[in-house]
Unconditional design. Sequence first.
Length: 406
Amino acid sequence: MAQSTLSKFFNFEDGRNLQSLYNTGELETMILQMKSKSDHLDNVQLNIAVMGDVGSGKSTFINAMRDLQGDDQGAAPTGNEETWMEPTRYPYRALPNVQLWDLPGTNSFGFELNNYLKQVKFQRFDFFIIVSQARFRENDAVIAKKIQEQGKEFYYIRSKIDNDARSLKMQGAGLNEGWSSIRRDCISNFQSVGVTPPEIFLISSFEREEYDFLKLKSTLARDLPNIKSNVFSLTIPKMMLEMTEAKRSTLKKRVWLLTILSGAVGAVPVFVPVSKPVPVPVPVLSSFTTIMITFAGWIYLRKQLGLSDRFVQNVADKVTNPSSFLKAEMNRRLPRRISPAVTNVLLGITIASCTITGIKHGFSPMAVSIFGAVSSFAFTYKLLNDSLNDRLETQQRLVQAALSRD
């Protein structure tokens, strides 16, 4: 499954065309082509990870989903001992472009769970099915939280439910009440760890016409378009990162060029009288020049990456999402300890304060020159680099909002 994010959804020619559209500033056309793809995801491969402890019945479940017995050719090996370390792929022919991945047991090989998730490359899967037998387990809760933290979805399966049925009959308890009790217990356990309860299925991989097995298959077929749409939406940031890489690199070089120029200008002190017998170096002109260089760079980045209200309205009209929604998403910021605007203001105040102190105490021309170079360099780089990152992130949020189905 090692592939770029773009190649998961677009063939080589389409991916290259999207890249070309972005590089030439045709962002609206690029968004519309991505929108068209998001409405037609039938040919996109979906990778479903089947997870659970050793002996939970996940391999037998995969065989049952594929209408195979354990000794059929191509069937997943079953048993309570696992010897493989890598996920194994099995095509699910009932649904085109769906692959079921049999992952090693979550309690196998003595891995701590976080190390296990790294070992199986947990994040590369699109959808998850957690298989558990007899009772809700601690690993089930942890894995469910990890899945929802990624924004992805999963089903929860209580396997070997035929064993529970026999136990209930021996106790003289009603099956329907027993099933309701199991479901309530699962829901309660998910809620207790802050996980939104998923679809829960009670199945037997050997009695495939009974319990929830057929319901599971029909539900997966029904949910498939929405699952693929969710996966597409989640990968938009990665797709944008791939497409913006070349332009980001080019603009970053421009930022460095202006930063070096600003630092060079800041290193040249201008001697003016300041109520003293001998003129002292005061970087008034160089400071003004530094500000103008920085402002020119800011204008350049705005021209290259800026999004006008008219542009946003045109996109909104064509994707049928309100412009107010697009603007709200564009202006949404991830929580940060200190915003870039605040740090830039603090940096400017610090530079001004140090300049005044240097004048007041009569620092040497060399000291003023060094300070001017460093402060001008830091000021220009910080402001322009923040502006570059912020504008690229704003574009990403616009694309994500434009392709949203909400």
